[in-house]
Design a protein around this ligand. Structure first.
Ligand code: CP
Length: 305
């Protein structure tokens, strides 16, 4: 079957189609129209890490589509006690119509997909966060109305979210400027893949160290946390390295005057973004979080419908 492990596997048309369907589903949900396209289907959701948005949006989305979602914490299933990923994939494939997984290692998700006869959806690995980037680009499209010629600036940690945004932007013809401190740039091999894709769409994908240069002329300014659970030892070093990369009103003033602010959440006010920006009029972070629901419903229908 077809999986969604990263946005590399989707064509530009497939991405725009998912966003179009998501906008349609959003309208149906708002108007209270039933859309039970996955009636009787079940999706397993494996979580190796905690989650608010991903867990709730997938589970609620599946319910709204008439299906059922099954939450499986890694520690509650035999995977956490040494059952192999291939055996887990083969067993779950006999019970459910799709598997969503949030894992640390991208290779674990690839292994799961290689051994699964039902679609596998990557809901975040150390390398990719494709569902997030789909919701982000959907939000940009809803607010700005076009992709071509738009510019998104990503400021901060060159992480999984940055990777998926670079790929999504490259595919959709959106310029993407990343500004990260030295040593925290996006992975070289993923950056090069995005730059290669961008040759076909004419998008400019660049990785800089100057946040003002990256934000200059941007339609959207995006950031993500600098520190999170499990990085306690690195915390002080990271806070110091990332300090010049805070998204505040001064940095926002380098973007277009009608630029929007995006953040995948959860956020730490006073670290990567000031309260003034994330709670201000340019912020679309809660629309962005909502769009996870709609775009993932479109994705589940495409893969399991
Ligand atoms: N943005 C995101 O993936 O949020 P959660 O970690 O809460 O799922």
């Amino acid at each position: 079957g077809k999986h969604l492990l990263s946005l590399l596997e989707l064509s530009t048309d497939e991405i725009t189609q998912l966003i179009d369907v998501a906008i349609g589903l959003k309208k149906m949900q708002k108007q209270g129209e039933p859309h039970h396209y996955l009636k009787g289907k079940t999706m397993a959701m494996i979580f190796e890490k905690s989650s608010t948005r991903t867990r709730v949006s997938f589970e609620v989305g599946m319910n709204q589509l008439g299906g059922h979602a099954l939450f499986l914490s890694r520690d509650d299933i035999q995977l956490g006690r040494g059952e192999t990923v291939p055996d887990t994939a083969k067993v779950l494939s006999r019970y459910v119509d799709g598997i969503m997984i949030r894992a640390y290692e991208h290779t674990a998700v690839e292994e799961l997909a290689a051994n699964s006869s039902v679609p596998v959806i990557n809901a975040l690995t150390d390398d990719h966060h494709p569902c997030q980037a789909l919701a982000d680009l959907m939000t940009l499209y809803e607010v700005k109305g076009t992709f071509a010629g738009r510019k998104l600036a990503y400021v901060g940690d060159g992480n999984n979210v940055a990777h998926s945004l670079m790929i999504a932007c490259a595919k959709l013809g959106v310029d993407c400027s990343v500004a990260s401190p030295e040593g925290y740039e996006p992975k070289k091999e993923i950056t090069e893949l995005a730059m290669d894709i961008a040759k076909e769409t004419g998008a400019v994908i660049e990785v800089l160290h100057d946040p003002h240069a990256a934000v200059s002329g941007a339609d959207a300014v995006y950031t993500d946390v600098w520190t999170s659970m499990g990085w306690e030892e690195e915390q002080e070093i990271r806070l110091q390295a990332f300090q010049p990369y805070q998204v505040n009103s001064e940095l926002m003033s380098s973007a277009k005057s009608d630029a929007i602010f995006l953040h995948c959440l959860p956020a730490k006010r006073g670290e990567e973004v000031t309260a003034e920006v994330i709670d201000g009029p340019q912020s679309y972070v809660f629309d962005e979080a909502e769009n996870r629901l709609h775009v993932q419903k479109a994705l589940m229908v495409a893969l399991m419908g």
